[in-house]
Design a protein around this ligand. Structure first.
Ligand SMILES: [Zn+2]
Ligand SMILES: [Zn+2]
Length: 250
């Protein structure tokens, strides 16, 4: 993908200097440690063209609320029907969480391949349509203090920074905090996920009051985490909150 002009629905954007500076730094690292594709492990590129073209992108028509592919006549899908007006305006995701994207996000999250975040963020930037998903502030879904200590970095925070730098948006990772450690959501039912993360977040009014927030995460499964985060952001005075994720569970 060309670096200077990034084509997306809102028109091309020029990445912020911070993103370009990191790209230069990563290029130096690549000279010393040639990258492997995060999707297929082939040597040479960080995320190869073959893997990028095999992503299962999520395109319109989608459910107005959850962003899952849906009947264009329906407006909202069957799962979202009757759902009350929540703090979360809706969710949009770039591609299904499978194949090379699953491999790449695993690499980013568990194998400390932090450079990969800027490459993957290009997919967020390219598919972000400001008309469909309005926002002027990017806030990543935070990790608990305990999880952050264990992992050393927040993968959603790295993706949020790359996305914000590419789209000329502000990014405030400190605006949303996870106030308690929650059990892993893996293997829990939709209902159990909601209970697990309810009131686990706290937002800073000084950072989010009056702002249209894009709450960013790596993967969306049931949306429970995004809803809980959005409730905290709305309580702190955010004007609107949209969830945006790179991957989406089938
Ligand atoms: Zn590949
Ligand atoms: Zn839906």
């Amino acid at each position: 993908m060309p670096q200077a002009a990034l084509a997306r629905p809102g028109g091309p954007v020029r990445p912020k200097w911070a993103y370009r500076a990191r790209q230069t730094a990563w290029a130096v690292v690549d000279l010393v440690f040639p990258p492997r594709c995060a999707g297929c492990r082939r040597s040479g590129e960080r995320f190869c063209t073959a893997c990028q073209t095999s992503l299962s992108l999520i395109t319109a028509p989608v459910c107005e609320w959850c962003g899952y592919p849906a009947d264009p006549q329906a407006g909202v899908c069957r799962n979202c029907r009757g759902r009350g007006a929540a703090a979360l305006a809706g969710i949009r995701s770039v591609a299904f969480f499978e194949g090379p994207l699953q491999g790449a996000l695993h690499q980013l999250k568990y194998r400390r391949d932090v450079i990969l975040a800027d490459t993957l963020a290009r997919w967020l930037a390219q598919s972000w349509d400001p008309a469909a998903l309005p926002g002027d502030l990017v806030v990543p879904v935070p990790l608990s203090a305990q999880r952050l200590r264990e992992r050393g970095y927040n993968q959603a925070g790295l993706l949020a920074r790359g996305f914000a730098d590419l789209c000329g948006l502000a990014c405030r990772p400190e605006a949303l905090r996870k106030t308690r450690h929650t059990a892993s959501q893996v293997g829990l039912s939709a209902e159990a996920r909601q209970t697990n993360v309810r009131q686990a977040f706290d937002a800073q009014p000084a950072a989010v009051a009056g702002r249209a927030v894009i709450l960013l995460d790596d993967v969306c499964t049931t949306g429970a985490t995004l809803v809980a985060g959005a409730e905290a952001l709305a309580a702190a005075g955010a004007r609107s909150v949209w969830g945006f994720t790179l991957g989406r569970a089938r």
